[in-house]
Each structure stands twice: as C-alpha cells, then as structure tokens.
Design a protein around this ligand. Structure first.
Ligand code: SF4
Length: 254
C-alpha cells in the first residue's frame, strides 16, 4: 500500500506501522512468536547438516519444495532468473573428480541436494562491503536483505554457487505467500539461512522436517551426543571442495 509521508506518520502513530509495512510486520510477528512460543528456540554451539547419500532419492524434491514454500522463493519460467536455496545436482558436479560411490551396475549419477555450506571461513562474508552478509556465533551465514546493495561480490566469492540474485521483482512469482517470511525485492541477493526463523521458534529446518527419506540430519556438530555428531562418527563423509579452506559445514555421508 502506498502512502504519503503525512499519512505514514499518522498511521504509524495509530497502528504501530502495521498498514504501511506488511512484511516488516511479518518480521515483527516472527520475532514476537519466537519469544513467546511454547517451544523454546533451538540453540547450538555450531549448527551443521549432514546429507545421507544412500537415503537421498533422485526423484524426490521434498526438501526443495518445503524450503522454497517456507521462504517465498519465486518460480520463474526463465531459468536464468531462477532463485535457488536448495537444488539438486548430479554427483560429478557436486564432487568433481571424486569417484562416485554407487552399487555395482548402477549407471546413473546420484543426485544430491546442494545449499549454502554455512562455511566456517566464508569468503562471501569477507567481500561484502555493507555487512549485509555476516556470520552468527552459532555458525549460520546470514543475509540482511535491507543492507544488500546487489553488488554481487558475495556471488563471485562463493565457490559453490550458493547464492541467487533477484534480477526481477520476485513477488508476482511467489506461488503461495508465507506471511511469516518476508519476500525480497529486485536487486537483493539471497540464499539458505538454515531456517534461522524456524530455529527461533523451536523448529528444525523445513527441509529436514519434510524429507520423507530421513536423509537430512541437522544439529550441533560440537555436541558429542548430537545425532549429527553420531552420524558423522559412524562412517565416512565428504565436504565440497575443502581444499579451498572455506571449511564447509554440509557433510555428505557415503
Ligand atoms: Fe558463503 Fe558460499 Fe560458503 Fe554459503 S557456501 S557461507 S554463500 S561462501
């Protein structure tokens, strides 16, 4: 809703900004609900995710669908405009030069979910000139959409292609608006946030909850008793391009 400065000040006084800033209101609701919700916020010393490759099914898109609905990710007809928080990629693309583990006789490459690695040493954070992307103490690489100036330095710095730029206004292309999460605007970069807004309300990330194969494990990697720590201790896992020194925190269990 457009309003003049005079109307804005008048309405702000009456309604606490509710009419002029619907999506800011959404953020306030999220913040309020996190502090009053029955479920306390989930906390960790270091959040991380593991993908159990043997459980992940190529034909399944549960995680992608859930994530993109949760975060109002638009669906564009033209692939060059597409916004991706999670996507599915063939094994040779995710792990170039690393032999694919596959059952004998299996010819097709595995398809793996890829998302922001929430690196311990994120180059995207180092190059951002405005502080729009920053690291939280619990390891989540965050985006402040209001600070993003669309310079795309972070996209150039990320070696995993984990970030997307809104070259067009995404709002008309959101299939079903989730009022609890703010849609973005033209000229803003976005990416996976480990569902920090759900963690604040005591819920696991949407992708983890939606995965019917139970292929995604999320938790505190610094907690020796956590499910993710136990899963990683039990076998062999890979991370994407660890030789770059980014210290990625998405682990692929073979
Ligand atoms: Fe940054 Fe890319 Fe690492 Fe995510 S995967 S923290 S966007 S460098």
């Amino acid at each position: 809703m457009a309003c003049s400065r005079r109307e804005f000040l008048k309405i702000a006084g009456i309604s606490g900004l509710g009419l002029c800033l619907p999506f800011a209101t959404g953020l306030i609701e999220v913040a309020t609900s996190s502090s009053t919700a029955a479920n306390p916020a989930l906390k960790a010393r270091r959040w991380a995710m593991a993908v159990n490759i043997s459980r992940c099914k190529a034909e399944c898109a549960d995680c992608i669908t859930a994530c993109h609905l949760e975060h109002n990710v638009p669906v564009f007809a033209d692939a060059k405009d597409s916004i991706r928080w999670i996507s599915s990629r063939p094994y040779p693309v995710v792990f170039p030069g690393v032999t694919q583990p596959r059952p004998a006789g299996e010819a097709k490459p595995l398809m793996l979910p890829v998302l922001c690695n929430h690196c311990d040493n994120p180059p995207c954070v180092r190059v951002c000139p405005t502080g729009a992307t920053f690291k939280r103490a619990d390891g989540i690489t965050m985006m402040d959409y209001h600070r993003c100036i669309g310079c795309r330095f972070c996209m150039a710095a990320c070696p995993y292609g984990s970030r997307s730029m809104n070259y067009r206004d995404p709002r008309p292309f959101i299939s079903k608006l989730n009022p609890a999460y703010p849609p973005r605007t033209t000229g803003v970069v976005e990416k996976c946030n480990f569902c920090e807004e759900r963690l604040a309300r005591g819920m696991l990330p949407a992708c983890v909850t939606a995965c019917r194969q139970k292929a995604l494990v999320f938790g505190d990697i610094k907690d020796a008793d956590s499910e993710i720590r136990r899963a990683l201790n039990a076998g062999f896992s890979l991370r994407r391009r660890p030789e770059l020194g980014t210290d990625p925190q998405i682990h692929y269990i073979l």
